[in-house]
Write a protein that binds this ligand. Sequence first.
Ligand SMILES: [Fe+2]
Ligand SMILES: [Fe+2]
Length: 325
Amino acid sequence: MKIATAGAVRWLVELEPVADELMNRHLATAREWFPHQYVPWSLGRDYDGPLGGEPWTPEQSALSPAVRSALVVNLLTEDNLPGYHWTLGAQTSRDGVWGAWLHHWTAEEDRHASSIRAYLHAARAVDPIALERARTAQLASGAVPEPVGVLGVVAYATVQELATRVSHRNTGRLSGEPVCEGLLARIAQDENLHMVFYRELLRAALEISPDRVLTVLDATVRDFAMPGQGMPGFARMAAEVAVAGVYDPRIHHDDVLLPLLRSLGIFELGGLRSAGEQARQRLADHLARLDTRAARFVERRAQALAVRARRGHTVHTGAPRTGEA
Ligand SMILES: [Fe+2]
Ligand SMILES: [Fe+2]
């Protein structure tokens, strides 16, 4: 990993007052919540092992395979918090408001994994042994996205927080299970406020140096992928999640990238130099290519699901689109 340079220090100093204001706004807006109130403990019973209870079997939960995969991918992403904490701390600072935000953000994020895991265990929704092995394998692999520099971290976190919000929200909606939906909607509210913190930092940085920010944002958006390195079975689970409509290229384009770039006014920015103009053009080209790929994906998915439906297979799809800001 590359460590903060003099350029990074400059950004830390320049953005510090904005980060301070945004953190205060976050603390005034975020509502405290308690994971134990969102977990259906009455569904729980002892498992096999030292307690001598009942082993897990797939038919103990009515959740679809795609929703189970989405829950596992979402949870393993949240489980990787130590890696994210380390990356963010190394690329920004553990001092002052940057450190205060990093630690507060970490405390909020830590609720997400613990509450989803408690839900999955109580509801017997996924294989708890496979889940624990996957968590161990992922953390032991040390795999974590490594954006570089203050702007790289801020740009990456903006996209990632929004993508995570959308993924949690759609998983809950598609689950058809009100308790699951309630928990994931609550977590999605946290992700939304985290996204706002990073997006507004990006907006402030754009006012200081639009060309530099556009260059970083362009690279971040073009390189972005939902985190999956180090997750056992990630390719299969990601495909299931896409087919189900929890997170797919159409959602990535329509519900994440486009609203984000529009909110930041990227396509209306004036006074750019050549580097900024070129970065903006690359972003626009990327979006157009993604839109085409998304259209093809949706068409092929509809054809594949129609074939499966004709053959009498159960089709689990149709997560309603996210719409909130
Ligand atoms: Fe989270
Ligand atoms: Fe978050």
